[in-house]
Design a protein around this ligand. Structure first.
Ligand SMILES: *[C@@H]1O[C@H](CO)[C@@H](O)[C@H](O)[C@H]1NC(C)=O
Ligand SMILES: *[C@@H]1O[C@H](CO)[C@@H](O)[C@H](O)[C@H]1NC(C)=O
Ligand SMILES: *[C@@H]1O[C@H](CO)[C@@H](O)[C@H](O)[C@H]1NC(C)=O
Ligand SMILES: *[C@@H]1O[C@H](CO)[C@@H](O)[C@H](O)[C@H]1NC(C)=O
Ligand SMILES: *[C@@H]1O[C@H](CO)[C@@H](O)[C@H](O)[C@H]1NC(C)=O
Length: 400
């Protein structure tokens, strides 16, 4: 049972999105994605030192995947329309089960990280969980369905405790349904992230009907207790950003590099939203630092930052390329066109100089784990089909 969770150990938050808390090498050892099927499974691919992927090991999550709806039909290829649906923290793996309102947690075997031990599928109080943010002793989940918002729970090596009350987001669009309508006629939660300085959780939601701006909602994280405040400390609407989607926190800062599905990407500084001293909801000039409009983009929805170069890499679900942006200025630096035959990319993850992406092909429908080398000029490394032709799959996480 989860008795330890009621008496949390002394809390020490260390930002870990970039591996600061574990003394990690940057050698990827395993890559995980999720079938997002009914029932849902994790596929674990061992990564050799030469970056070749082995045949994956499949393990049931104990829950069901889900598929959002767009213009009345099941949404594809980005079935969850979100970022961070599968996360690794230290030697644990977490995933959402959008179709059964739960979060699964696994222990990763250090000696063979494809061996996952299910600690449980833990019930979550909202509808259609799509995104996770994990820190030392706390896991938060974002819901995109009718009961939308964010809920958090303590966790330890035995599993996840009880999730707390749902915090509404700034969009708070009560028209949302389950599974969610992601035509973006209705505002929709798409991602949640801890800031890179460990101060707060940020929820990203699209605008509604592509006519209102996307929003951020921020809740402070208490360093001493490991709890996320139930009351938000700030919210912002982002002028000109209609389909704010997902991205990455910049290490050690209050800034995030996020995508806009309609135009490209943007950088925000959430510091003014930490303390509740900015209660003018519409005066958000200090939040949006840059907005990068990417020529020819179709659906820029996922992004990561390469620490070494400070370049943000933007993935587009309909283009076989990565556009690279200087996150300090928002300027486009270069574009890498891949020759691996994919049609586009969903979730991405950068570890050291390696970029992993969930590749998509339309004819016939298939998904891939695509690997790129970022050292020097960006290069294709390999493109490994996800067996079983699982077309509902989402999520990407890496164990180093
Ligand atoms: C991390 O690695 C450094 C350098 O190898 C070593 O000095 C340090 O003790 C390690 N820390 C932990 C927590 O393992
Ligand atoms: C990479 O390593 C794997 C496992 O050790 C091996 O089977 C494979 O042949 C290697 N590939 C290349 C291109 O060296
Ligand atoms: C969310 O919407 C409901 C219904 O319109 C409203 O009662 C509630 O105050 C809103 N909450 C927030 C935090 O905006
Ligand atoms: C959304 O926009 C369309 C086209 O502009 C309009 O017909 C529709 O009424 C709008 N819906 C809502 C809920 O505002
Ligand atoms: C990538 O492809 C686009 C469209 O085909 C082309 O305009 C662009 O020059 C290419 N960029 C590079 C760096 O090859």
């Amino acid at each position: 049972m989860l008795t330890l969770l009621t008496a949390l150990l002394p809390y020490a938050f260390l930002p870990t999105a970039y591996g600061a808390c574990i003394n990690a090498s940057s050698n990827p050892k395993a890559v995980y994605t999720m079938t997002n099927d009914v029932p849902n499974s994790i596929l674990a691919f061992a990564v050799s030192t030469n970056l070749s992927l082995e045949i994956p090991v499949s393990v049931a999550t104990g829950g069901n995947g889900g598929q959002s709806i767009a213009k009345g039909v099941p949404n594809y290829p980005d079935t969850l329309a979100s970022g961070h649906s599968v996360e690794v923290f230290d030697r644990y793996l977490f995933n959402v089960n959008a179709g059964s309102n739960s979060v699964s947690m696994f222990e990763i075997a250090i000696t063979d990280p494809t061996q996952l031990r299910l600690l449980g599928a833990f019930p979550a109080p909202g509808d259609f969980p799509v995104s996770l943010a994990v820190a030392h002793s706390i896991v938060c989940v974002g819901f995109a369905g009718a009961r939308t918002g964010v809920s958090c729970a303590p966790w330890d090596s035995t599993g996840i405790g009880s999730f707390d009350l749902i915090r509404p987001t700034a969009s708070n669009d009560t028209r949302q349904v389950t599974p969610p309508d992601v035509s973006f006629d209705i505002a929709c939660l798409t991602d949640i992230l801890f800031t890179g300085d460990g101060s707060a959780l940020v929820a990203v939601a699209t605008g509604s009907n592509i006519s209102t701006d996307s929003t951020l909602t921020v809740w402070p994280l208490d360093y001493t207790t490991g709890q996320l405040a139930l009351e938000e400390s700030g919210r912002a609407s982002l002028p000109g950003i209609r389909v704010g989607f997902s991205g990455a926190s910049l290490p050690g800062t209050s800034q995030l590099f996020l995508t806009d599905g309609l135009t490209g990407a943007f950088v925000v500084d959430t510091a003014s939203l930490y303390h509740g001293d900015d209660d003018d909801d519409d005066d958000d000039d200090d939040v949006l630092l840059s907005h990068t409009v990417v020529p020819g983009q179709i659906a820029s929805c996922w992004a990561q930052v390469h620490e070494e170069t400070g370049l943000g890499f933007i993935a587009d679900s309909n283009l076989n390329r990565f556009v690279q942006v200087d996150v300090s200025t928002g300027e486009i630096r270069r574009t890498f066109n891949s020759t691996n035959g994919n049609d586009g990319y969903l979730d991405v993850k950068i570890v050291g100089d390696t970029l992993f992406a969930l590749g998509v092909r339309e004819q016939p429908r298939a998904k891939f784990i695509s690997v790129f080398d970022l050292a020097g000029d960006v290069g294709d490394v390999e493109n490994v089909p996800i067996p079983g032709g699982d077309v509902l799959g989402m999520g990407l996480a890496v164990f180093v």
